[in-house]
Design a protein around this ligand. Structure first.
Ligand SMILES: Cc1cc2nc3c(=O)[nH]c(=O)nc-3n(C[C@H](O)[C@H](O)[C@H](O)COP(=O)(O)O)c2cc1C
Length: 368
């Protein structure tokens, strides 16, 4: 179904057609984007024997992890038998993520991908958080029997799917597989599947979204990470491409104009209502301590959960407003009955369409 917002954006995109400079018709753009996405989201079928090439390949798999606003807030340092995942502080998002929680969760997601890819290539990865220095994660790599796990196989298929799902419940078997994958050291995952509970989460999402949209710094920061068309997304290799959220490509000047006009509390809250009501359930990741090492662990748990879901044909998407708005977080924890644990991530899941995948920067631009 085409929403009013999509209709207006589409109409604007058509109107803007001649202005998008002949060579860049939406069809050509689309093909360019598809080709870039194919280059990004792939397995390398050849067996790599050269250890430095293999380590670069492990870094490539790590970069396929999710990150808040697709900032790809990571850098990688390769040593002889280790790879460090380091925060890229130039890619912080102070408005949505003032304490760097999401940044370190994102590093955890990248760490998990790297360890899964290492195992598939005959290397056992042992991750240790370095609380001193820049606060990165050092992954020591030792030769081991190669194990090509279904989670590894799922890496190029995973995505955060910003679409309506089909509303059908998951089986208890599926839920227990997801729970197992999403649990870790001091990190647990709670499932809400009853309609009444989902409606209550929706209230928190709407309250959080409303607070964020009332904050000019949040809106401004978000806009800097939006890529309004495929060319922009290809050029930067990062950010939130409009096509991944069911929005058409428009030139940046028009995108900014339309963003100002149609990125409204009502439109966004209506979208979240449809998204939550069409989901099979919501998973809440929560942890027993509130520090960077644990946030990394949350990321590792979330990534295993998302990869496990992908193997089962289940889609996932985040709605983190209730945990991002610090004034809401304690109330949300009380509602969840998790005591003094920190609720870290809010993730809806269900079956739904595959959406265009986001892009990544090349390996050489994340190596230090
Ligand atoms: C810590 C973290 C927080 C995120 N929060 C949200 C969110 O609140 N809403 C959302 O739509 N996506 C959220 N995302 C998803 C990212 O936007 C997504 O991973 C990124 O755009 C790349 O897309 P991909 O995961 O499909 O490759 C979050 C991701 C991470 C790792």
């Amino acid at each position: 179904m085409v929403t009013r917002r999509q209709f207006i954006l589409s109409a604007a995109a058509m109107a803007a057609g001649p202005l998008t400079l002949g060579a860049c018709s939406s069809v050509t753009l689309n093909e360019n984007y598809k080709a870039a996405a194919r280059r990004t989201w792939r397995h390398d079928e050849s067996r790599i024997h050269d250890s430095s090439l293999l380590q670069r390949e492990l870094v490539r798999y790590a970069t396929l992890a999710p990150s808040s606003h697709n900032t790809q807030c990571w850098k990688f340092h390769i040593e002889e038998q280790a790879i460090s995942v380091l925060p890229d502080l130039a890619r912080q998002c102070p408005a949505v993520d003032p304490d760097d929680h999401h940044l370190f969760v994102s590093l955890g997601c990248a760490t998990e991908n790297l360890i899964q890819a290492a195992r598939a290539n005959g290397l056992k990865g042992e991750a240790r958080f370095n609380a001193t220095a820049a606060g990165g994660i050092k992954i020591n790599l030792e030769p081991a029997r190669a194990d090509v796990s279904p989670l590894f196989q799922a890496i190029p298929e995973r995505q955060c799917t910003r679409a309506e799902f089909d509303g059908k419940p998951l089986s208890t078997g599926e839920l227990s597989l997801l729970e197992h994958s999403g649990t870790g050291d001091g990190v647990r995952v709670l499932f809400l599947t009853e309609k009444a509970a989902l409606e209550q989460v929706l209230e928190y999402v709407v309250a959080g979204n409303t607070a964020q949209m009332n904050d000019p710094a949040f809106v401004e920061e978000l806009e800097t990470w939006i890529r309004f068309n495929g060319d922009e997304a290809i050029r930067t290799g990062d950010g939130l491409f409009s096509g991944t959220s069911e929005n058409p490509s428009v030139p940046r000047w028009l995108g900014s104009l339309l963003f100002g006009m149609f990125f409204t509390k009502k439109n966004e809250n209506d979208k979240y209502t449809r998204h939550i009501r069409s989901s099979a359930g919501i998973a809440i990741f929560f942890s027993e301590s509130n520090d960077r090492a644990r946030w990394v662990e949350v990321g590792r748990c979330y990534e295993r959960f998302a990869l496990q879901a992908t193997t089962l044909g289940i889609r996932t998407a985040m709605l983190n407003q209730p945990v991002e708005v610090s004034a809401l977080r304690p109330q949300f924890a009380t509602f969840l009955g998790i005591g003094s644990n920190r609720p870290d991530l809010v993730v809806r899941f269900g079956r739904g369409p595959r959406m265009p995948q986001s892009l990544r920067r090349p390996v050489q631009s994340v190596l230090v």
